[in-house]
Design a protein around this ligand. Structure first.
Ligand code: GLN
Length: 386
């Protein structure tokens, strides 16, 4: 039978991130494609989740999440992000930060509303905006430092602009938005009555002197910012699907109802388990940064040695690289070539741009891998292309 699918999913296909994971698995490759993050979860967190399962804390939580978790999230928002929020009315626990993005977009966007997205972008942001019927306006960030043109940004704002999406640190570029950039975005948001939806899932993964700043802490943005984050990347639990949304009560009360409708609640035993993450010491976060800095060093050096031209990220755990001297005409050929010849998967750069030719000489490599696997991937790349 030929199904007639809804117009809203016309053109929606499996992401390149997913496709490369499947292709990598099929040939037993080392997957530097999908941002899987395969470090082990800290033992106290695992123990707390196991205890919650064992003790049958397995029924629904309130749609906004368990009270104790919202309290701990609110404390963290104050101390790390400089955002004060009421744990009972301004915090929603969601099914990953993607779940948060979905409820924000579904709650706020009507077809025809315009949303500004910085390019290169995370494809899931773009596709969820498409699903909501929003019109995306792209503002380019340019390598090597991924700055944007202020005039171009100002020109993207207009009468129909409903929201601007920020992703800092950004996937795939690793851009970390700086104070003057957030201030400017904030000023434009106020001027045009626009919301900021900011995905800060990589907030603890920063290099050199990069500092994580939240637009929700910019004066005047308190009531027009929806901050998304989660536990996946910071605690290497991408499959737990636990994230959260911070926004003022008038937004949260409506987003919460949509969260209920779509998801009922985030998995309850895992909400109990992740509480233990808040008892980790500052050393955990220092080690996290040091670990990723070390891994970044290996992959950067390897890419340079085989003739690629990588763009050094300021945060997150992806390396976006120009193909440089690699013997491939396009990003898609390069992704296939790396997998066939080195058994290493990456994601074609065009997956992160609206105009395919924009990323057609780029590849994204994720280095959130165990040291041995990443070193083996580097060894294979050198052997195949060195
Ligand atoms: N955010 C991760 C990535 O960009 C993984 C999420 C996904 O599978 N889409 O690879």
């Amino acid at each position: 039978m030929n199904h007639r699918f809804a117009a809203r999913i016309r053109g929606l296909v499996q992401s390149e991130i997913r496709r490369m994971s499947r292709e990598s698995d099929a040939v037993g490759g080392i997957n530097l494609g999908q941002g899987i993050c395969d470090q082990p979860v800290e033992n106290p967190i695992k123990a707390a989740a196991s205890a919650a399962v064992r003790d049958d804390r397995s029924s629904y939580s309130p749609f906004e999440g368990i009270t104790e978790l919202r309290r701990r999230i609110a404390d963290k928002m104050a101390s790390y992000n400089g955002i004060s929020c009421d744990p009972d009315s301004e915090v929603l626990v969601t099914v990953g930060s993607t779940g948060g993005f979905v409820i924000a977009c579904l709650s706020l966007l009507d077809p025809g509303d315009e949303v500004i997205l910085f390019s290169p972008f995370y494809g899931y942001h773009k596709n969820i905006l498409d699903l909501c019927g929003a019109t995306t306006r792209f503002v380019e960030t340019r390598p090597p430092h991924w700055e944007f043109d202020e005039k171009e940004l100002a020109a993207a704002f207009g009468r129909r602009t409903k929201a601007v999406v920020i992703n800092t640190p950004a996937n795939p570029s690793g851009k970390v938005f700086r104070k003057h950039e957030l201030d400017l975005i904030g000023k434009l948001c106020e001027q045009y009555g626009v919301l900021a939806i900011t995905d800060e899932i990589y907030e603890y993964i920063l290099y050199d002197d990069a500092e994580h700043l939240s637009i929700g802490a910019v004066p005047g943005m308190e009531d027009r910012t929806i901050t998304l984050s989660g536990f996946s990347k910071t605690y290497s639990m991408t499959g737990w699907r636990l994230g959260y949304v911070i926004c003022n009560e008038s937004l949260a009360s409506r987003l919460g109802v949509v969260n209920d409708l779509l998801y009922i609640c985030a998995p309850t035993p895992l909400q109990h388990g992740v509480l233990a993450a808040f008892d980790l010491t500052p050393e955990y976060y220092r080690n996290l940064r040091a670990d990723y800095a070390r891994k970044l060093g290996w992959i950067l050096e390897t890419c340079r040695d085989i003739g690629m031209q990588p763009f050094e990220p300021q945060g997150a755990y992806y390396l976006l690289t120009d193909l440089g001297q690699l013997p491939f005409a396009t990003d898609v050929d390069a992704a296939a070539g790396l997998l066939n010849r080195a058994g290493v998967a990456g994601v074609p750069g065009s997956a992160f741009y609206a105009a395919p030719e924009a990323g057609s000489r780029q590849l994204r490599l994720c280095f959130a891998k165990q040291d041995e696997d990443l070193q083996e991937a580097c060894r294979r790349l050198r052997e195949a292309f060195g």
